[in-house]
Write a protein that binds this ligand. Structure first.
Ligand SMILES: NC(=O)c1ccc[n+]([C@@H]2O[C@H](COP(=O)([O-])OP(=O)(O)OC[C@H]3O[C@@H](n4cnc5c(N)ncnc54)[C@H](OP(=O)(O)O)[C@@H]3O)[C@@H](O)[C@H]2O)c1
Length: 239
């Protein structure tokens, strides 16, 4: 059997790190992208040769990286997981709203969280189509409701893209879905999250491995007729 290949952004920690471990354990080759160079603390095989150091907030760098990634692929890509994300806060950790957020910040958030996903998916569409592959966008509960800490730029960057991509990539045989985490134990969380967790139906934070499991499902044949959907991974925070 040919080894399957995943391209994942934001692999260096948190949900991305757990996702690489899961796919690697399942026998996939994983190509990773993040701003940091590959770290020897990342314990998956072939990690160094399969890492692309890339700042997704830089549009030219991201567009150029498509060619670099194509050369690493053998004409097919089984899955693209757009996981890298930033969620800037005000100087005292406060939520940045539609009135306060300066346009440079708004633009940077959109380059990392939104445009990079578009550039990578459409740049690699032939490879995804060749594998009848799957795209997973890591969105957020903030994409569908106002969140006490996540800002307006972040929230809007997490809404609507999956629906549009599922419509456009479907004729290529490529499925596009999203997973929307709630409060997951990573460095992106804000002080005060413990107050939200106290009122969650499951009364606990999610773990990165629990998010990775949902991503893996959406990239596997177990979800072969699921496209254009968003799975909430949040301990019932949305109910
Ligand atoms: N944790 C949660 O509770 C939660 C909730 C809802 C949604 N999410 C979403 O889940 C995804 C992963 O978040 P996380 O919690 O795992 O966050 P994290 O621990 O802060 O990790 C973010 C990842 O994105 C990468 N990244 C950030 N800026 C980048 C850039 N300019 N270019 C390339 N890579 C960049 C980082 O790598 P480098 O620093 O090496 O570049 C890192 O690997 C994000 O899309 C986030 O919005 C998380």
């Amino acid at each position: 059997m040919t080894q399957k290949t995943l391209l994942l952004t934001g692999a260096s920690r948190g949900i991305g790190h757990a996702t690489v471990r899961r796919f690697s354990d399942e026998g996939w080759r994983v190509i990773t992208c993040s701003r940091q160079p590959f770290s020897d603390r990342c314990p998956w095989p072939g990690g160094r040769e399969n890492h692309v150091q890339l700042d997704l907030s830089d549009p030219a760098e991201t567009i150029n990286a498509v060619g670099v990634i194509q050369e690493m692929l053998e004409g097919r890509l089984d899955a693209l997981v757009n996981n890298a994300g930033i969620s800037p806060k005000g100087p005292d950790g406060e939520r940045l709203n539609t009135i306060d957020t300066d346009l440079l910040t708004w633009g940077k958030v959109f380059h990392v969280n939104f445009f990079a996903s578009v550039v990578l998916a459409r740049g690699l569409r032939e490879e995804l189509a060749a594998a009848r592959g799957s795209v997973v966008n890591v969105t957020s509960i903030a994409g569908s409701r106002v969140h006490p800490f996540a800002g307006a730029a972040y929230a809007t960057s997490k809404a609507a893209l999956t629906r549009e991509m599922a419509h456009d990539f479907g004729p290529l045989g490529v499925r596009v879905n999203a997973i929307a985490p709630g409060e997951v134990e990573t460095s992106i969380l804000s002080p005060g999250t413990e107050k939200i967790v106290e009122n969650l139906p499951l009364r606990r934070l999610g773990q990165p491995e629990e998010v990775a499991a949902a991503i893996y499902f959406l990239c596997s044949q177990e979800s072969s007729y699921i496209s254009g959907t968003e799975i909430e991974v949040n301990g019932a925070q949305h109910v």
